[in-house]
Write a new protein. Structure first.
Length: 115
């Protein structure tokens, strides 16, 4: 069984920064891709960023250049550094892991960007 637990959400003003972290436990290995999705009220969950085992990163166009995904393989942690936050970044952010083509999700952490 794999568990993903997010932390680091909160309220921040436009232009500010937040760092989200996701701690994984269970049978997850460095070869398994991990990433982040988000869901704003009334909208579908959308892709934010991902990181593969060989270090390849992928970002949604809306966050490219502002967000950075990283991974601490020894600790089974993945982080998302979010800079220059905008009101449209407000959402619940979910950690995701692809483990042998099975999707695992965390419970999410709320990020609110508001003045």
């Amino acid at each position: 069984q794999v568990q993903l637990v997010e932390s680091g959400g909160g309220v921040v003003q436009p232009g500010g920064s937040l760092r989200l972290s996701c701690a994984a436990s269970g049978k997850i290995y460095s070869i398994n891709p991990m990433g982040w999705y988000r869901q704003a009220p009334g909208q579908q969950r959308e892709f934010v960023a991902s990181l593969t085992n060989n270090g390849n990163t992928k970002y949604a166009d809306s966050v490219e250049g502002r967000f950075t995904i990283s991974r601490e393989y020894a600790k089974k942690e993945v982080s998302l550094q979010m800079n220059s936050l905008k009101s449209e970044d407000t959402a619940v952010y979910y950690c995701h892991a692809d483990i042998w083509d099975v999707d695992y999700w965390g419970r999410g952490t709320q990020v609110t960007v508001s003045s």
